[in-house]
Design a protein around this ligand. Structure first.
Ligand code: PEP
Length: 254
């Protein structure tokens, strides 16, 4: 456990209609009203952002988008921009989630453009990185992360990089029930922090919050958060029920 305040973030993905999102957000608002030892964030689908923002106004639960496009406006059917997310009430946005990379073809170059667009819009990006099972088994996780991260943050000055968060999400652990062991998560996240030390400096590296994501559940949250370099979670499946998200948030309030 570090001195960095943990962030517990829920990625609702393609789940929850507007009424369902309102119901879940309403439960979180009530159940987490006294939970101030961790930062809290939910990332509903685009259509639910504005009503959920209204419902959560005045609470400590922040709102984030799940993705964005790099242009601010124009003829880009289906896209949503950083300024639009900001105007809808978002403070954060997820960038480079492995589902965006694998299903929608977001390359590192695209992720880099989106990261810059998010920062330009005044949003806090959560940059997701992580290796496949194949890379882990080939024992090339570190080489892979060095290359992926280097490409994703290319050209970002120190002042901008100090505003991002990173989520280490091993692809083999997302939605599979196969969680990284606390040791695997801790070691890999320490390596990611060292990469920031190399690219920037110790101050940037020490202040950077690095979340872990990949089948986080109420029963494994505590041991994972006890790792020095695990500064919170990005949670998919277990963020879809108020009860499990609340239990994870409470277990992380050490
Ligand atoms: C995610 O998609 O960011 C994620 C970590 O999902 P899950 O918690 O379901 O593995």
């Amino acid at each position: 456990m570090s001195t960095r305040k943990p962030l517990i973030a829920g990625n609702w993905k393609l789940n929850k209609s507007v009424p369902e999102a309102m119901e879940l957000a309403g439960s979180l608002k009530q159940d987490l009203a006294d939970c101030d030892r961790v930062d809290l964030l939910v990332c509903p689908p685009y259509v639910a952002l504005h009503p959920v923002a209204e419902l959560l106004r005045g609470t400590a639960i922040a709102l984030g988008g799940q993705d964005l496009f790099w242009e601010d406006f124009g003829a880009f059917t289906g896209a949503i921009s950083g300024p639009m997310l900001k105007a809808a009430g978002c403070s954060h946005v997820i960038v480079g989630h492995s589902e965006r990379r694998e299903i929608f073809g977001d390359s590192d170059e695209v992720v880099n453009r989106k990261l810059k667009a998010a920062l330009a819009a005044g949003l806090t990006p959560i940059l997701c990185v992580g290796e496949t099972l194949e890379k882990r088994e080939q024992k090339v996780t570190k080489e892979f992360l060095r290359k992926q991260l280097g490409a994703d943050i290319k050209g970002l000055e120190r002042e901008l990089i100090s505003r991002i968060l990173v989520a280490y999400e091993p692809i083999w652990a997302i939605g599979t029930g196969m969680t990284a062991t606390p040791r695997q998560a801790g070691e890999t996240q320490r390596f990611i922090r060292d990469l920031f030390r190399e690219h920037y400096d110790g101050g940037i590296a020490e202040n950077l919050r690095i979340l872990y994501g990949g089948s986080v559940k109420p029963d494994n949250a505590r041991t994972l958060i006890s790792e020095e370099d695990v500064d919170g979670f990005l949670i998919g499946g277990a963020s879809l029920q108020a009860d499990s998200f609340v239990r994870i948030a409470r277990s992380s309030s050490l």
